[in-house]
Design a protein around this ligand. Structure first.
Ligand code: NDP
Length: 327
């Protein structure tokens, strides 16, 4: 028997989450069984621990969109017992039971071997948010990062914290947008050289183009903030659009694309092919300083998850929550 955070739905459609004992034969089908060591709390997890937000296919459900651990049994020749692995994406924790359990059974295709120099806890300090931050930096690099500051929105959150640390480590000036002024010192410790108040970017401006300020942008917020940022990009610069913490609408004009050649790059971490995932994890091992990663971590256990799920939906989590599923 092992522990899992199980979410159930009652006849009235109300969900409730509780740590529950279960056995291996209850796990969904898959070709690799993993002894999970760590998982994390992402924005989507907040939805799946709570009412589901349309993401959860069936109840009872075990959320947790990412995990790292050790292979216990494998029917796939690519993995053997004892291998250290990491999983992000593929709708695990949404359509398939995820990482909020001491064991998981999944498809071998969804796994990546842990890169050298990154242990299971560090892998989950990175987690889906950090993996997505790395994909964003790689997308910006592919299109060319201009001189001048690179803007990171939602900077104190998971994606934003890791993007800030990676970009600073790569030698870029980083400007972090935050709605929480008290996180300024934290963001500077990750390498941000400039802190921009959320209200400053959110103020209403009628002009579709402003001064050419940002040499690139990782945007975790979307909505009105993304619309404003588009008009502040340097000529030919790119925005990696990751998230919608500030809204799914985009009240923008086409002017920044037409007159400034701005690129809007959509980033999806869920369906990344194996080679891209491997390349991103190798870059994480190389370009994310592990001491800065440690500064982002808030430890948690399975029983902390219902409260943390609500916190992340309210934008109250700083950095990365690492869940020790065996604690
Ligand atoms: P977090 O909650 O950790 O961070 C989001 C940050 O955005 C908050 O910390 C806050 O930063 C800021 N924020 C929150 N609400 C608002 C608001 N109303 N207006 C402006 N800023 C706001 O989440 P993650 O970093 O894990 O994820 C960020 C987004 O990226 C989410 O929408 C998530 O779903 C998405 N995502 C997408 C992925 C993909 O594959 N495309 C993968 C992973 C995440 P601050 O306090 O500093 O202002």
């Amino acid at each position: 028997m092992f522990n899992a955070l199980v979410v159930n739905e009652d006849d009235a459609g109300k969900t409730s989450a509780a740590v529950t004992q279960m056995s291996v034969d209850q796990l969904p089908e898959g070709d690799v069984t993993v002894a999970v060591e760590y998982s994390t709390v992402n924005y989507k997890d907040g939805l799946c621990i709570g009412p589901g937000g349309g993401l959860v296919r069936n109840y009872p459900h075990v959320p947790g969109i990412d995990f790292a651990g050790t292979v216990e049994a494998s029917d796939d020749p690519r993995y053997k017992a004892g291998d250290k692995v990491v999983l992000t994406g593929w709708r695990v924790g949404e359509a398939h039971w995820g990482g909020y359990a001491q064991k998981a059974r999944i498809k071998a295709d969804w796994l990546v071997p842990l890169p050298a120099g990154v242990d299971t806890r560090q892998a989950m300090a990175v987690g889906t948010a950090g993996f997505t931050a790395m994909l964003s930096v790689m997308a910006l690099e592919d299109h060319g990062i201009k001189d001048g500051p690179v803007l990171v929105t939602g900077a104190a959150g998971g994606v934003g914290s890791v993007a800030t640390a990676i970009l600073a480590h790569l030698g870029h000036q980083v400007a972090g947008v935050t709605g929480r002024p008290e996180t300024a010192e934290y963001l500077k410790s990750l390498g941000a050289s400039q802190i921009v108040a959320r209200e400053e970017i959110n103020e209403t401006v009628k002009r579709p183009l402003e001064g050419e300020t940002w040499g690139g942008c990782v945007d975790a917020v979307g909505g009105a903030m993304l619309a404003r940022v588009l008009g502040q990009m340097q000529y030919g610069a790119s925005v990696a659009a990751v998230g919608l913490a500030g809204g799914a609408g985009l009240p923008a004009t086409v002017i920044p694309f037409l007159l400034r050649g701005v690129n809007l790059l959509g980033i999806d971490s869920v369906m990344q092919p194996y080679d891209n995932r491997l390349r991103a994890w190798e870059r994480i091992a190389r370009d994310l300083p592990m001491d800065k990663l440690e500064a982002m971590v808030r430890p948690a256990t399975l029983s902390d998850l219902p409260a943390l799920g609500a916190d992340i939906l309210n934008g109250q989590v700083q950095g990365r929550v690492v869940v020790d599923v065996n604690a």
